[in-house]
Design a protein around this ligand. Structure first.
Ligand code: ATP
Length: 449
């Protein structure tokens, strides 16, 4: 949660801004990320995911959902509404605490978070106003009348949707402690200082798990989830030297937290939080019980006692993971024609799994067979067909978007129905029968265990 107390989010350590520029440029050039409403001049720090971006984004979410929900019998999913009762935010503390100290430059009128800058405007050196408290929740109105009673907020985190549904989920699914409820969805924060591409935006997607445990077992579960989540990032290929943990000092914890550890990533612009893992105690369930007057306790059949579970919350942002994956995967290596740009994404996350090429575009028999192979794969994987330019150029195009396999149909294919499969990282080529392509590619692009 963005609170006055939280650590500086980005610690600059030899920032590589040139690398960052290359990544942003690749994202736009190759259809990963576009500036929102660009034809109208854009909206500051808001981005749209293009055709390849949306595939990578979906894969990230699917990888998370698979590991957090489908592979765990102790976790179920939820998709709660973005607009919630305003009392939710009273009970959760967001109306009182979700505030940043805001200062404005008296000369250029740019606004900043007071805890992120010194006593002069970083843009023009001008004098700053006194800090005032600014609630970062987006306000709107439900219904036609814009009056105080109709005020609603866009949720700043998905977590509260889980807490208010705690009892319903627990009872309908007959969940026994310890168990979790997971949710992926949009969250909105009217951040004062945005920037660093997808890192700090006002509209983003969160992947949150609320894992409910017996009080007293919370610290052990907190440690377990920190380890589990670290392993997840390593499994999907982030380099260990680019990951580290940041345990929040006690005095800097959010109002609901007993302990929080962030998983930090070394972005090209510096270290920044990828995911926060908090021990939220029984704070939220207690608050909602009190404010709603509804009993949100858990009845333990063995001890015949009503208890308020503690909760451990791993909370990650899809956009930050997206950016970390691309930054980590982006590689340049010299080759005959200059530089080969390769996005070494984990094959399960790569937006396109395979590309199909006829060796020559003006040989009808090659083109017909290539289209046949392409169409036979459409049902299984995200595939592309490309017949323009020299084969080398076509390989480079796919390398740049991280496609793990390129399939070329050549003259031998017409005789023996085999094709060349070229692997992105090793550039090794193998002859594979057409009718074995699915069995060849399938296990290589599967979500890892
Ligand atoms: P920060 O300290 O960077 O502001 P936070 O501590 O406020 O983040 P949390 O409330 O812990 O963030 O949110 C959980 C996750 O949601 C973060 O780890 C991050 O991945 C994502 N997230 C939070 N705010 C933003 C934002 N403005 N833009 C993009 N992602 C965000």
């Amino acid at each position: 949660m963005t609170e006055t107390t939280v650590q500086p989010q980005v610690e600059i350590e030899r920032p590589d801004l040139q690398r960052m520029e290359k990544i942003v440029s690749l994202c736009k050039r190759r259809g990963f990320v576009f500036p929102t409403s660009e034809i109208y001049g854009g909206v500051g720090s808001t981005w749209d995911f293009g055709p390849l971006g949306v595939e990578l984004e979906r894969n990230i979410k699917e990888a998370w959902w698979k590991d957090i929900v489908h592979r765990r019998p102790d976790v179920v999913g939820l998709d709660s509404a973005i607009l919630m009762a305003t009392d939710v935010w009273r009970a959760s503390g967001h109306l009182q605490h979700f505030i940043d100290p805001l200062v404005e430059c008296k000369r250029c009128h740019h606004r900043f978070r007071a805890d992120e800058i010194g006593d002069k405007c970083p843009d023009c050196g001008g004098e700053l106003t006194e800090a005032r408290q600014f609630n970062t929740m987006f306000k709107t109105f439900i219904g036609p009348v814009e009056e105080e009673a109709a005020v609603a907020y866009l949720r700043p985190e998905t977590a509260q949707g889980i807490f208010v549904n705690f009892k319903l989920v627990q009872q309908t699914m007959r969940m026994k402690l310890p168990f979790g409820i997971a949710q992926i969805g949009k969250a909105f924060r009217n951040e004062i200082t945005t920037g660093n591409f997808l890192f700090r935006v006002r509209e983003f997607e969160q992947m949150e798990l609320e894992y409910f445990v017996y009080p007293g077992t919370d610290e052990a579960w907190h440690a377990r989830w920190i380890e589990e989540r670290q392993r997840w990032y390593l499994k999907y290929g982030l380099r260990p030297e680019n990951l580290r943990l940041y345990p929040h000092p006690k005095e800097k914890l959010s109002h609901y937290s007993k302990a929080t550890t962030d998983i930090m990533y070394r972005f090209p612009f510096g270290w920044g939080e990828l995911e926060g893992i908090a021990n939220r105690t029984d704070f939220d369930l207690r608050q909602h019980s009190q404010y709603s007057g509804k009993d949100l306790s858990y009845y333990d059949e063995e001890t015949k006692e009503h208890i308020i579970p503690y909760v451990i919350e791993p909370s990650a942002g899809v956009g930050r993971i997206f950016l970390a994956l691309i930054a980590d995967a982006y590689d340049e290596e010299p080759d005959k024609s200059g530089v080969r740009i390769v996005l070494r994404l984990h094959p399960a996350l790569a937006p396109v799994k395979a590309a199909v090429f006829p060796l020559l575009r003006n040989d009808e028999r090659l083109v017909t067979l290539a289209r046949e192979v392409f169409e036979s794969l459409l049902d299984e994987f995200v595939v592309q067909y490309d017949e323009t330019g020299a084969i080398g150029r076509r390989y480079r195009r796919q390398d740049e978007i991280g496609t793990p396999f390129c399939i070329t149909i050549d003259h031998q294919s017409l005789e023996d129905r085999t094709v060349t499969v070229r692997e992105r990282d090793s550039m090794a080529q193998e002859r594979v029968p057409i009718n074995e392509l699915v069995a060849y590619i399938g296990p290589r692009v599967r979500f890892p265990k």
